[in-house]
Write a protein that binds this ligand. Sequence first.
Ligand code: AGP
Length: 608
Amino acid sequence: MCGIVGYIGAEQAAPVLLDGLDKLEYRGYDSAGLAVFDGEKIQIAKARGRLKVLREATHGGEKLPGFCGIGHTRWATHGIPSDRNAHPHFNEAESIAVVHNGIIENYLKLKKMLETKGYKFVSETDTEVVAHLLDYYYKGDPLDAIMRMMHRVEGSYALGIIFRDHPGNLYAVRKDSPLIAGQSKTGNLIASDVPAILKYTRDVYFIKNEEIVCLTEDGLSFYNVDGEEIEKEPVTIQWDVSAAEKAGYEHFMLKEIYEQPKAVLDTLNPRIRDGRIEIEELGMTDEEIRAIRKIYIVACGSAYHTGVSAKYVFEGLARIPVEVDLASEFRYRNPILDDGTLLIVVSQSGETADTLAALREAKARGIKTLGIVNVVGSSIARETDKVMYTWAGPEIAVATTKAYSTQLIAEYLLAMKFAQVRGTVSQDEIDEMVNDLKMIPEQIEMLLGQKERIQRFANRYIAAKDIFFIGRGLDYAISLEGSLKLKEISYIHSEAYAAGELKHGTISLIEEGTLVAAVLTQEELYKKMISNMVEVRTRGAFLLAVTNVGNTEVEKAADYVIYIPKTNKYFTNSLAVIPLQLFGYYVAIGKGCDVDKPRNLAKSVTVE
Ligand code: AGP
C-alpha cells in the first residue's frame, strides 16, 4: 500500500520525510516522491523504483530545502509505475501539492468535469484529480477547499496536502485509508502508519474517517467534515522503535518467525488467570454467549486461513456452527445474517479494505461484531463492537507469521471460553487444554531449532515449478497457510488441497519428483492421509510429511519427515506452521527473492 509522511517544523523537512518513508517501505511500493515548500515555491522530486533512487537524486534531501513538506511511496493502482505517475501531484499553478493513499472511485467523472473547465492532466493517476479539484474550490481558505473536495470525492483516501500560499500549514484528511499524526520536539508530523513517526513520539493521534488535521510548526488542530474544531486524545504506543527494526536478523520475516514464542505468550498470558480463561475485552455476558446460534469468521489471506482453522475448533469445542468467508466474497453474496449471529473479523493491520467493508456490511444489518486485530487503534479495531487484540507487536514483513500465530491463539481462547460457558466441555478438559496452550511457546522454540535441517531440505526445491500441500480437517487449514507462505515470497506456484480431493483432479498434475507436503496431525485421519500419500507417491511425487512425534508409521509413505511435539489436537496448526514458514522462507532466500517486500504485494491491502 502507499505510504504517506508529512513534516512541518524547525528542521529541514526532506531528510525527515525520507526517513519516514524508509520506515514505510514494508508497505510495498514502486515509486516515491517529495514536495517541499522552499520559502517561495513548492519543489517536487519523484522517482520510480526504490527509495534509494529518490534519496540519491535529492542528495539525501539537500536539494529540496524547506521546513514544510510531504512525501510518498506509491503502490500503483491507476497508472503504471513511473516518475510521471509518482506522487506528489500538483495543480497546474503548482500552488497545491497532494500525496494520496487509497482509490478515488469516481475520479473519471471528476476528471471529465474538470477537463470541461479547462484543467489539463499530466498523469494517469486518480490522485491528480484531487490536486485539480482543490484548485477548483480554493478561494484562499485551504480548509474550505478541502471540505468541498471531500463532499465530491468518492472512494478511500488518506491525503497530505500543502498550499503554497499557506506555507505555515500542512493539512491531512482521511476516509478509509489509515492516517496518524504526532508531535516531535522540533515540529509536527503525519504518516500512514506508526513506524514512520515512532522515533519522534509514541503519543499518536489516530485520524478518524472524515476528520481533517492541520499541522503548524507549533501544534496540531483537528476538524470534522463541517469545519468544526474537535478535540482528540493521543494513544500511547507501547512497542518501541527496535521492535520495528531487524535487530540483527537478515530479514524482518525471520525475526518475526523467531518472535512467535513471545508473541504467543503475550497474547495468551493476559487471558489466562489462575487457570481460567478471562477475555474481558469480549464484553459479552454468559447469556449472550449462550445465545449465539452461528458464527461468521470473515477475513483475507492468512487471516482467512486462521478462520478455516478456527471453524474446526469452534465447532469441535463449542458446537457452534461456523461459516468462514473471504471478506471480498462475503460482502457481495448477500449473506444470511440474523440476530443470533456473531461476526468475527480477523486482521493483522486492521486496515484491509475488503475486511473493513465486510465488517460495515454486517454492522449495517445490526449484527454483533468482534475484531481480532494486531494494530492498536486501527480502523477495524475501532469499528468492531468489541476488539480482542493479538499482542504480536509490529509486523513488518509482508508475509505474516507471528500475527498469524497469535490470531490462532486468540481463536482457540474464544472457542474454549464459549465452550466453557455453553458447557460443551468439562472443566477438566479446559484445564488440560490450558496446560497444552501454555506449552506452545516452548514447543515453537523447539521447532525453530530445526531451522538448519529445514533450510537444507528447502535448498533442494529452489528450482521447483509446482509444490502441493495436502491435509484433511485442521491439516487442510494449515496446508492453505503453508502454500501461501511459499508462493507469496518465492513466487513458486503452489496449491493447497483437501487430501481427499486429489483424486478428483489435482492428482493429474503430479509428475516425477513433484514435491507434495502432507500434513497429518489428526490421529483419526492418519490412515486416510497415508493412503493419499501413497496415491501421489506411486505417481512420482516426493513426499514431505509434517506429523506428530511418535507417528513413525508415516515413514513408510514419506521421503522426508518433520515431527512436531504432541499437543491438543485442536492446537496442532500452531506447531505445524513453523516448519512450513521456515520452508517457504528458505526456498525464497535460496531463490534470492526480496523476502520482506515480495513483488506486487503490500503489507496492508487498503484498496479493494
Ligand atoms: C499473508 O502473508 C499476506 N500478507 C496476506 O494474505 C494478508 O494475510 C492479508 O492481506 C490480510 O491482511 P490483514 O491480516 O492485515 O487483514
